[in-house]
Design a protein around this ligand. Structure first.
Ligand code: PLP
Length: 457
């Protein structure tokens, strides 16, 4: 049913917001003129704003609310843990019960090469941890000159100094003295933009070969690790050709380089497998995660550590001088344990693979018949639409058109006003809905998207 939605004096909240609140990734002068949208309530896959307008959340908040909004069993688990032990740290030879159970459970869910977990408060902290951990690993092995971590253009790995340096977002690198030393970027496997004249699988091998070229240019004995999202999320739902990750794996193995999967978005069922690397044919040494591990109810992230690295750290490394006050926060871990129980009990990961993911694909293929859409791509519960000027034109020819059309305006303006939240990246409009979105709700979302595209014609 539709919950009671409290309405607020939107203007008053917007004025306070403009006066005092600095938002992430926001042009504040522009925001002050139009006023922030005030979200006040969530239930299932729907949100309500301060004026009572219902929105279907095509983005799971920020790619995180995998089990949907309004799960009382998570709030109850959090409440119970807060009453019992709201905080204690895991430094200095102490531990806590939810953190231990969560670590064991994550290792059980992960591919077989994983044995340990390091917990953080966010995905950015997880990736910072990885930068220090891989360099520490090579120190322990007596190869301290292996410092360089190779990443990809347009990747998103967080907003801390190391996270944003690993990321390949030009706008972020232009501010604040980034990147930190020892990070290199190669091209992304973006077939629609770069694969003209080639089959997808041939392009996958070409894109993977960029890694080998970079390794050889640097000298393999200087390279510590390669990091990538199984499917690039914030970069625009870039689904690599099937040949890409197996070939990257082969190259990493050939030179003994650690492979890191950033599963902050792809982890916990988004692609129809517990971890995206399983679907993509990767065998990573480290996995960073966050978001879907608690469905965003409480902040939590971490690093799954494979036996190769764990053995060096645990048996040979002594003290690793790294950690956060909130590493293993008992309340966050209690939320994660209940969230994982829901994912398992409701078989949500299998549903994405067999039911909702294929339905989203069909719905997006149908949207691709709209005159403004060139083609659609999807993988599990992630999908994108490429906008075009001339139906049938190559994606390449469309980019200037999509920019001219202000895809961002389309998503943030029309879409929001017409009750659907999606995101604009370059010439793409993308969604990553909650994994609980039913087939009927996918149809509802797709119908709203079609109507918004019509308004733009
Ligand atoms: N890695 C990926 C792939 C992400 O999408 C994000 C956030 O969007 C991060 C890392 C950073 O996570 P957080 O915002 O929790 O620091």
């Amino acid at each position: 049913g539709v919950p009671d939605v409290q309405t607020f004096d939107t203007r008053a909240i917007q004025e306070l917001d403009a006066a005092h609140f600095l938002h992430p990734f926001t042009d504040h002068a522009a925001l002050r003129d139009k006023g922030a949208r005030v979200i006040v309530r969530g239930q299932g896959v729907y949100l309500w704003d301060s004026e009572g307008r219902q929105l279907i959340d095509g983005m799971s908040g920020l790619w995180c609310v995998n089990v949907g909004y309004g799960r009382t069993s998570i709030s109850q688990a959090v409440y119970r843990q807060m009453e019992t032990l709201p905080f204690y740290n895991s430094f200095f030879n102490t531990t806590n019960v939810p953190a231990v159970h969560l670590a064991a459970e994550l290792v059980a869910l992960a591919p077989p090469q994983f044995s340990h977990v390091f917990l953080t408060g966010s995905g950015s902290e997880a990736n910072d941890t990885i930068v220090r951990m891989v360099r520490r690993y090579w120190d322990i092995l007596g190869q301290p000159e292996r410092q360089v971590i190779i990443s990809r253009q347009n990747a998103y790995h967080g907003s801390t100094m190391a996270g944003a340096s690993l990321g390949g977002m030009a706008g972020m690198h232009a501010q604040g003295g980034l990147p930190i030393p020892g990070i290199r970027h190669i091209g992304q496997p973006h077939y629609a933009e770069q694969g003209q004249g080639m089959s997808e699988n041939a392009f996958g091998l070409v894109a993977a070969a960029w890694l080998e070229e970079e390794i050889l240019a640097l000298g393999a004995d200087k390279v510590a690790a390669f990091i990538g999202e199984p499917v690039q999320g914030a970069g625009g739902v870039i689904i690599p050709p099937a040949t890409y990750w197996p070939e990257v794996q082969r190259i990493c193995d050939k030179y003994g380089i650690l492979l890191v999967a950033d599963e902050v978005i792809c982890g916990f069922g988004r692609l129809g497998t517990w971890f995206g690397s399983e679907l993509m044919g990767m065998r990573p040494d480290l996995i960073s995660f966050a978001k879907g591990v608690t469905s965003g109810y409480v902040p939590l992230g971490g690093v799954l550590v494979g036996k190769r690295v764990a053995h060096a750290l645990v048996e040979q490394g002594g003290d690793f001088h790294h950690g956060f006050t909130y590493s293993g926060h008992p309340v966050a871990c209690a939320a994660a344990l209940e969230n994982l129980r829901i994912l398992r009990a409701e078989r949500l990961v299998e549903k994405v693979a067999l039911e909702t993911g294929p339905h989203l694909k069909a719905a997006f293929n149908q949207l691709a018949t709209h005159p403004l859409v060139g083609h659609a791509e999807s993988c599990g519960m992630m999908a994108g639409l490429n906008l075009v000027r001339v139906k049938g034109a190559t994606a390449h020819a469309c980019v200037p058109f999509a920019r001219a059309l202000h895809v961002g305006m389309l998503c943030r303006g029309h879409m929001f006003d017409n009750g659907v939240i999606m995101r604009a990246v370059g010439d793409r409009m993308i969604v990553a809905p909650p994994l609980v979105m039913t087939r009927a709700e996918i149809d509802d979302m797709a119908a709203r998207i079609w109507d918004c595209l019509d308004l733009t014609l």
